[in-house]
Design a binder for this molecule. Structure first.
Ligand code: 6GU
Length: 271
């Protein structure tokens, strides 16, 4: 997979030299190009921002360097890929974007070419996205409901989430399957040795050697943890896709099926 990143802080992306993603690059699974936005300015001060049209706080990224940078990414990537018709998916990290999910990570992992446009300040002049939409698929993406100073941290997160899904990047493909967010439930808690530590015990069932019981306990932990930490995920779960044992576990935690959805029903009104 080819990955291009345009940013005013190219050094920020040095973290992609490390760990799993760094190994994937060394192995030739990811071909990363980092591009400094200021290289596409022509004034002495290499200016990338200006005051907002219509007034207001902060600064906005000027369209001209962005236009030239994206033109360069498109041309250089097509040469690197040996395909003059190749088109990247352009991901634009922004607190105003569509929430980034594991499902979208899978979708991006199926693409041969991703480009990222890292905004800073109050954002990028909207015409840059309009102009890009005529040539490529543009995805404004948000990591969550909070504000970062720029898109660089989001790119690190997204490239890691996508990169680990590429064939050969994570050594044991099984560890990709039983994971939080792969099937709408959070992961079960995990333990290792020693069996007793500072008075805290590994749950005895995990040391029992009874694989069916261990599976049942882990499933129960996933359901209860999701109910406690992420009730929004439980509300999205299809009750017809879980077992009667699952229904019993959830009912014990106050979750009942109402109108074909899981709903938290406080004990006083439960039937
Ligand atoms: Cl993707 N970018 C920025 N700048 N802030 C964010 C974000 C992204 N996701 C949440 N906050």
């Amino acid at each position: 997979m080819r990955v291009d990143v345009v940013t005013i802080f190219p050094e920020y992306l040095a973290a992609l030299d490390l760990s799993l993603i760094g190994k994937a690059r060394t192995a030739g699974l990811i071909d990363l190009g980092v591009h400094a936005l200021r290289d596409f300015t022509h004034d002495r001060h290499r200016t990338v921002d200006d005051t907002p049209a219509g007034g207001g706080a902060g600064m906005v990224m000027r369209p001209e360097p962005w236009g030239e940078a994206l033109d360069h990414v498109l041309a250089a990537g097509r040469i690197a890929l040996g395909d003059p018709a190749a088109v990247p998916a352009l991901v634009v990290p922004s607190p105003s974007g569509v929430p980034f999910t594991q499902a979208f990570a899978h979708e991006l992992a199926g693409r041969p070419w991703l480009a990222f446009a890292c905004g800073r300040y109050e954002g990028i002049d909207e015409r840059v996205l309009e102009d890009a939409e005529a040539r490529l698929e543009v995805y404004p993406v948000s990591l969550g409901d909070y504000v970062l100073n720029g898109g660089e941290v989001a790119v690190l997160a997204i490239v890691e989430a996508v990169g680990r899904l590429l064939p050969g990047v994570v050594g044991n493909a099984d560890s990709l399957v039983e994971e939080s967010h792969e099937d709408g439930l959070l992961e079960y808690p995990v333990y290792t040795k020693p069996a007793s530590w500072r008075g805290h015990e590994v749950p005895p069932v995990l040391l029992s050697g009874h694989h069916a019981e261990i599976d049942r306990w882990r499933r129960e932990q996933r359901l209860l943890r999701t109910a406690r930490r992420r009730p929004d995920l439980l509300e999205r779960l299809d009750p017809t896709q879980v077992t009667s044992a699952d229904l019993a576990v959830l009912a014990g935690a106050g979750w009942q099926v109402r109108s074909g959805r899981f709903r938290f029903v406080p004990a006083a009104v439960a039937d």
